[in-house]
Design a binder for this molecule. Structure first.
Ligand SMILES: C[C@@H]1O[C@H](OP(=O)(O)OP(=O)(O)OC[C@H]2O[C@@H](n3ccc(=O)[nH]c3=O)[C@H](O)[C@@H]2O)[C@H](O)[C@H](O)[C@H]1O
Length: 476
């Protein structure tokens, strides 16, 4: 039952588990502070969310708004988890079709705040018309926002000083201090290919969307903290976004998400039975997130690299169907038989309880694509990283983390990003078992002091809540 005395906040996350999960974490933090939340997404996404603790479930209304039908978008697809990455622009098109139902929902509810995500560039004008303060909740770190650059450049309003490939591969001209946070050639080539594909399908360019989302906000909330990247946070507030940027902290997992039984019906009991049999800190947990779509060659080299490493591994493979749009996805011949015979690997096709697995004492490292959620979860538990970035800002995250020595990147071919089973095996053994890799393991444990410091991040939430309560709209 909604209580009108409570401040009302409407949450509008993008259609991706890597966005829905942190938006729900933030919603839970606000509900615990007495806010009434309306969390808006599609029916399937709402049903897939981690369960909300009973003591705050009445304070979070889960609002289901169906997606409009869009050509080339399968009816079952409501999040990036359900699609190969090269088809996500159809999902974006469908998301843009939510403007009308979203506007009428907001007109009827008139909340105190709207907190929205990177894709919803069309929300600020609706909020402004209704006189509702709106905030962009940034789910990437400040270094990424800095690399992307000023919104006016992204939107094509002011001239882009990065004209050549060399410019794009270098430190951006608006970064005044030394930085290693840059893309590799193969990452830029993949980003440019995806940009052009998206640009041909979506109503606005990806750059315009990326720029106008923060541009239209009254304030930017960001999932970060000064203890990790104070220079970058100052740079984006003062020079890049030129508006208030309020860190909400890293939102480490509030509780080990106890209900994450994967969608194959495997239960935590079955998974933990396998993990319990393994030696302490011996298992490598392998997941490349909910969006990356590796090629078949990449899957083969990764699989054979895991086998070659001789380390026990738990590998989450996103539902094969959505990787290629059909059932053609397959692992190397005989691989699954050899692994189940040796008992050295556990292959989970679908959804796994990632945080619970990372928290298990048998896990000694994480082979990750460097999605920001996964990084936060891993480092809040002191897990060292073997890094294999695929898309988005994952390459920038990998550079930042290698600089902090909390892990190492698997060597890639500079031009096409290919890697070999040998380099996978060597990187895994280096980070998890080799003597020389103790630095990575020690640094990752040290980083737990920031990423896993619950009191520190609770303080960020307190400041965030105060900001929401004290906010006075600027005189128009
Ligand atoms: C912000 C955006 O997040 C995106 O999400 P993506 O899913 O790729 O990866 P994560 O951020 O690690 O997010 C994945 C989230 O899903 C959870 N999970 C995943 C698989 C599974 O089987 N079980 C789980 O519990 C995991 O614990 C994490 O919370 C991209 O990275 C993008 O680069 C980044 O900007």
């Amino acid at each position: 039952m909604e209580n009108k005395d409570r401040p009302q906040v409407v949450m509008v996350p993008w259609l991706a588990m890597g966005h829905l999960i942190p938006f729900l974490e933030l919603s839970k933090c606000l509900a615990l502070k007495g806010f009434q939340i309306s969390f808006i997404s599609t029916p399937k996404n709402i049903d897939k969310l981690p369960k909300i603790p009973p003591n705050i479930s009445s304070l979070i209304n889960l609002v289901k708004i169906p997606l409009p039908q869009v050509d080339n978008l399968p009816v079952y697809a409501e999040s990036t988890f359900d699609l190969p990455s090269e088809k996500v622009h159809y999902l974006t098109k469908a998301f843009d079709g939510l403007q009308v139902p979203m506007a009428s929902y907001l007109e009827n509810s008139l909340p105190n705040w709207i907190i929205y995500d990177s894709a919803a560039y069309w929300l600020p004008p609706i909020a402004n018309k209704l006189g509702i303060p709106c905030a962009y909740f940034c789910l990437v770190n400040a270094a990424t926002i800095a690399w992307n650059g000023p919104p006016s450049v992204l939107m094509g309003i002011t001239e882009n000083p990065r004209k050549t490939l060399e410019d794009i591969l270098g430190v951006p001209p608006w970064v005044p201090f030394p930085s290693k946070v840059v893309y590799r050639l193969h990452e830029i080539l993949r980003l440019m290919k995806n940009y052009n594909q998206d640009n041909n399908v979506e109503d606005v360019s990806p750059g315009y969307r990326a720029g106008s989302s923060p541009q239209g906000a009254d304030v930017v909330f960001i999932r970060s903290c000064t203890e990790f990247e104070s220079d970058w946070l100052q740079l984006i507030e003062e020079n890049i976004l030129q508006k208030p940027v309020v860190p909400v902290g890293l939102l480490p997992p509030s509780s080990v998400r106890s209900d994450d039984d994967n969608d194959n019906g495997e239960t935590w009991r079955e998974i933990s039975e396998w993990l319990d049999k393994q030696k302490k800190e011996s298992v490598v947990y392998v997941s490349i997130g909910t969006e990356a779509t590796p090629t078949e060659e990449e899957v083969v080299e990764l699989a054979l690299g895991l086998e070659l490493s001789q380390l026990p591994f738990f590998w989450v493979i996103r539902n094969p169907k959505c990787l290629t749009g059909d059932d053609s996805f397959k692992l190397p011949d005989g691989f699954e038989d050899r692994i189940s015979f040796s008992g050295r690997g556990y292959i989970c096709k679908g959804w796994a309880p990632q945080v619970r697995i990372l928290a298990h004492p048998s896990v000694g490292g994480f082979l990750t694509h460097c999605g920001w959620n996964s990084i936060i979860e891993a480092l809040s538990l002191g897990q060292a990283l073997i890094m294999l970035p695929f898309l988005g800002e994952q390459g920038l995250n990998a550079r930042m983390l290698e600089e902090r020595k909390v892990g190492m990147e698997i060597p890639r071919d500079e031009r096409d990003g290919s890697f070999t089973r040998d380099s996978v095996a060597k990187s895994l053994r280096m980070v998890i078992v080799d003597e020389d890799g103790e630095t990575f393991r020690a640094k990752a444990r040290e980083m737990r002091g920031i990423f896993g410091d619950k009191h520190l991040h609770d303080q960020y939430i307190d400041k965030f809540v105060q900001y929401l309560k004290d906010y006075k709209p600027k005189e128009t």
